[in-house]
Design a protein around this ligand. Structure first.
Ligand SMILES: [Zn+2]
Length: 82
C-alpha cells in the first residue's frame, strides 16, 4: 500500500499524472491532490479520474521503476560464467 497523489495542473499534453509518494518527478505538495493510501497505480488512476478524466500513471514511479526492478530480479549476473 502506498500513498498516491495527482497533479492539479495538467501536463502540456492535457494529462494529469498520478504519482506515488516519494517520486522525484512529483510537483510540490501544493500543486498536487492527495488521493489516499491505495493498493496500486491502477486504483490510484481510477480514483484520480473522479477529478480529472485525463489521468494516467507517471511512467517513472509507476512504470519504469517497476520494470527496472523486475529486470534486475529476473536476470541476475552470474559471476561464475566466463
Ligand atoms: Zn511519478
Amino acid at each position: 500500500m502506498d500513498t498516491y497523489y495527482v497533479d492539479i495542473a495538467a501536463q502540456s499534453n492535457g494529462w494529469h499524472e498520478v504519482h506515488k509518494a516519494g517520486c522525484p518527478l512529483m510537483p510540490p505538495a501544493r500543486q498536487t491532490k492527495r488521493l489516499g493510501v491505495l493498493s496500486g497505480a491502477e486504483d490510484a488512476v481510477t480514483c484520480a479520474k473522479q477529478y480529472y478524466s485525463h489521468a494516467h500513471a507517471c511512467n517513472f514511479c509507476n512504470g519504469l521503476a517497476a520494470i527496472l526492478a523486475a529486470k534486475v530480479q529476473a536476470a541476475p549476473e552470474d559471476p561464475r560464467l566466463p
